[in-house]
Design a protein around this ligand. Structure first.
Ligand code: ARG
Length: 294
C-alpha cells in the first residue's frame, strides 16, 4: 500500500528522547482512531564511523513475556528478551498476559539504553470477543491495533537508516493463527479447545484446526466491532495477485517468498497458494534489511 504511505522525514533527529516522542506520535498518526494508515518515520542515518541510534524493540508495540513460576509462560515469549533487558534498566513489569513493553532506545554501541513507557493513547488495543461464544471474552485476550516493525534497517540511495519504524495494518491470521496459536507464542489452542468442548484425545478429531478457525473468527470479529482496520486472508490474497498483475503491466517483477505470502490457515483456499513467485534478489535496493548488531 505504498501509494497511501505517509513518509515522515525525521532524519534530523538522533537524541533518544526525540526518537521516543516521535515514535509515539507515529503510533497516533498510524492509529488514526482505528482507520489505520501506513506510516514510516525515518530518523538519522548511519554516518561513516558514527552509527545512528537504534530502537531495540522488534515492534513499537509488543507484549512482554516471562517464564511463569510453575512452568510455562506469562505473556508473549517473543517479548521475553526485551522484557528482561527493560527490567534490568529499572522497568517494572506487571503480571498480566498483555503488558505493553516500554520503548528502548540506544544511542551508541555499549551505551545504557533509555526506556520510555508507551503512553496509553499511543497504543490502541482491541479486546477479543467471539460472535457466537459469550465465554470467549472471559479469556481476557486482546491485541494491539498497529504492527510497526522497528528493528530493520532501511537501505536506500547508499544510505543506511537503522531507525525507520514502519507499519501497515494487520491481517487477522497473523494474530489468530500465529501470535495466539504458535507453540512458542501464546500457545492457546488447548485452552480454547477445552472451552469449545472439543475432543482433544486424538489429532484425528482436528480439534486444533477447528479451534484455530474459531480464534480467527474472534480476531476478525473483534477488530471489526472496534472499528480497527484489519484484512482477512481471502480478500488480501486476491488483492496481492491483482497487485502482481498491475506491476507486471508496468514492466516490474514482484519478488516474493511463497511461505510469507500463503496464509497460515486455509492456504489452499486462497489463490496465492496455487502458484510460485519471482525469486527474491537479496541485492535489490531500496530494501528493509535485518539489522546487523552494532
Ligand atoms: N506478523 C507480525 C505480528 O503479528 C507483524 C508483521 C507485519 N504485519 C503487517 N500486517 N504489516 O506482529
Amino acid at each position: 500500500y505504498w501509494r497511501s504511505l505517509v513518509v515522515r522525514d525525521l532524519r534530523h533527529l538522533s537524541a533518544a528522547d526525540d526518537i521516543a516522542e516521535q515514535c509515539f506520535e507515529h503510533l497516533r498518526l498510524a492509529t488514526n482512531e482505528g482507520r489505520i494508515r501506513p506510516v514510516v518515520s525515518v530518523f538519522a542515518p548511519d554516518r561513516p564511523g558514527r552509527p545512528a541510534p537504534r530502537i531495540l524493540n522488534q515492534q513499537l508495540v509488543r507484549y512482554a513475556g516471562h517464564p511463569a513460576p510453575g512452568g510455562g509462560w506469562t505473556g508473549d515469549p517473543a517479548g521475553a528478551q526485551l522484557a528482561a533487558r527493560a527490567r534490568d534498566l529499572g522497568w517494572k513489569c506487571g503480571e498480566e498476559a498483555f503488558e505493553v513493553l516500554p520503548l528502548l532506545v540506544q544511542e551508541r554501541a555499549g551505551a545504557r539504553p533509555e526506556w520510555y513507557e508507551v503512553p496509553d493513547d499511543a497504543a490502541l488495543e482491541v479486546r477479543l470477543t467471539h460472535p457466537d461464544h459469550g465465554w470467549f471474552a472471559e479469556l481476557g485476550l486482546r491485541w494491539y491495533a498497529v504492527p510497526a516493525i522497528s528493528d530493520m534497517t532501511l537501505e536506500i540511495g547508499g544510505v543506511r537508516y537503522p531507525t525507520a519504524p514502519f507499519n501497515g495494518w494487520y491481517m487477522g491470521t497473523e494474530i489468530g493463527a500465529r501470535n495466539l496459536a504458535d507453540a512458542d507464542r501464546y500457545n492457546l489452542l488447548a485452552e480454547v479447545a477445552g472451552r469449545l468442548g472439543l475432543d482433544t484425545s486424538s489429532e484425528r478429531t482436528l480439534w486444533r484446526d477447528r479451534t484455530l478457525v474459531e480464534l480467527n473468527v474472534a480476531v476478525l470479529h473483534s477488530f471489526q466491532e472496534a472499528g480497527v482496520t484489519m484484512a482477512d486472508h481471502h480478500t488480501e490474497s486476491e488483492r496481492f495477485l491483482k497487485h502482481i498483475a498491475q506491476e507486471k503491466r508496468l514492466g516490474r517483477p514482484t519478488p516474493a517468498d511463497w511461505s510469507w505470502i500463503v496464509p497460515p490457515v486455509s492456504g489452499g483456499l486462497t489463490p496465492v497458494y496455487h502458484r510460485y513467485y519471482d525469486p527474491v534478489d537479496p541485492a535489490l535496493r531500496p530494501a528493509f534489511l535485518a539489522r546487523e548488531p552494532w
